[in-house]
Design a protein around this ligand. Structure first.
Ligand code: SF4
Length: 383
């Protein structure tokens, strides 16, 4: 393999190299591309690895990384794509930690899932820890409702939380099938504990299932009993975990009003992780896959203000030069943890594999994986 640059690839905690840490601050625009010479190194390493490596690229990844992805998609599609490639012993997941965990759960025992930078986490997934969720379940038991509550967790949660949900007869959902998951859950029990994204839970319950805002309460894991009275817990249909996405949660209703005034006839399309008032003010709401399809089907000359991650919006704007595609809110940033996966880290991971070393392998212990898979399989079996 040829080496075309001497740029050092420093890993987290091993010295300071601003050139390897691009995109973790937020100047309001996308971070600059890494050293272009690294493109040749990534290409050479990938070629040397051939079919033994399968690179997955989440929609929110940078262009410099996406160009090396064998498939792109949302987290669940990517985990399934990995499972459909049993002949690839190495899965390099260009996404964040919980996604790599899901890929490990769904792939074969002899496949190794690699996350190029272990610091690529998800702030939303981190907002629900296993201990906090166990404490919550105890609070529900104290209120006398644990046996009638069905836990539902968004894909964007740790394997621990998916395992907890599987152990307690619940289901995983994505932003595409949240309504079907809630329909199923309400057929199993009377109340739902929705983890960890309060916005997806609320938006689905109120806008798609006809529940009212009064049917929802927010459980704060930092307060005793979630900061809720026994009566509040007993009367709620939806007990929403107090978690949110630090990217989508920042879009504002004011930004929707502003773009409508500035761009006559604009279509406002947002992700359901946005706050309720933003989703209410938008014209359309849907998952990343929905957003991509909506833009594909849009009329030439139409205008679109998109409320989702900036890397994806920029890519959609480039892919549709005949449409006026813009980012909904200039005050919102890219996902800084997604952006931790940059070309230096990808090159390091690929070159390590070429040397026969397996870097940053993500493994989920067998018991957690078993119960997490129960909840994932329940999702796949949703009517
Ligand atoms: S965009 Fe939001 S939900 Fe997705 S990885 Fe980033 S913080 Fe997590």
């Amino acid at each position: 393999m040829t080496t075309t640059t001497d740029l050092p690839l420093l890993l987290l905690g091993q010295g300071a190299d601003p050139a390897s840490e691009r995109g973790v601050d937020c100047p309001g625009d996308l971070p600059p591309a890494s050293d272009p010479a690294l493109v040749a190194r990534a290409r050479a390493a990938k070629e040397a690895l051939g079919d033994s490596v399968f690179v997955l690229g989440h929609h929110y990844q940078r262009d410099e990384v996406i160009q090396f992805a064998d498939v792109t998609g949302d987290s669940f599609k990517l985990a399934r794509d990995a499972a459909a490639r049993p002949q690839a012993p190495y899965i390099v997941f260009c996404g964040v930690h919980f996604m790599a965990e899901s890929a490990d759960i769904l792939t074969g025992a002899d496949q190794k899932v690699i996350l190029p930078d272990l610091a690529a986490g998800c702030s939303m997934a981190d907002m629900a820890t296993f201990d906090q969720v166990e404490d919550c379940w105890d609070a529900l038991a104290d209120a006398g409702i644990a046996d009638r509550v069905v836990p539902v967790t968004y894909m964007n949660s740790s394997a621990d939380i998916k395992g907890f949900v599987g152990r307690h007869g619940g289901v995983v959902c994505t932003s595409s099938n949240a309504k079907r998951a809630l329909d199923w859950a309400f057929a199993q029990g009377e109340q739902v504990l929705f983890l960890p994204d309060q916005h997806l839970g609320r938006n689905t319950a109120v806008l798609e299932m006809g529940l009212s805002l009064d049917d929802c309460v927010v459980y704060n894991p930092r307060r005793p009993s979630g900061g809720l009275t026994r009566e509040q817990l007993q009367n709620a249909k939806m007990i929403l975990w107090q978690g949110h996405c630090s990217v989508h949660g920042r879009f504002s209703k004011a930004a929707v009003d502003e773009v409508r005034e500035r761009v006559p006839g604009v279509n406002v399309l947002v992700h359901p992780e946005c706050r309720h008032e933003v989703v209410n003010a938008a014209d359309l709401v849907g998952s990343t896959e929905y957003i991509i399809k909506a833009l594909d089907a849009a009329e030439p000359g139409s205008s679109w203000a998109i409320g989702t991650e900036l890397n994806l919006v920029k890519r959609l704007a480039n892919a549709h030069p005949d449409k006026n595609v813009m980012f909904l809110d200039k005050a919102v940033c890219f996902c800084s943890t997604m952006n931790r996966i940059d070309l230096p880290h990808l090159v390091w991971a690929l070159e390590s594999l070429v040397r026969g070393e397996v870097p940053n392998q993500i493994t989920v212990d067998a018991e957690t994986a078993h119960y997490a898979k129960v909840a994932l399989d329940q999702m796949l079996a949703l009517p």
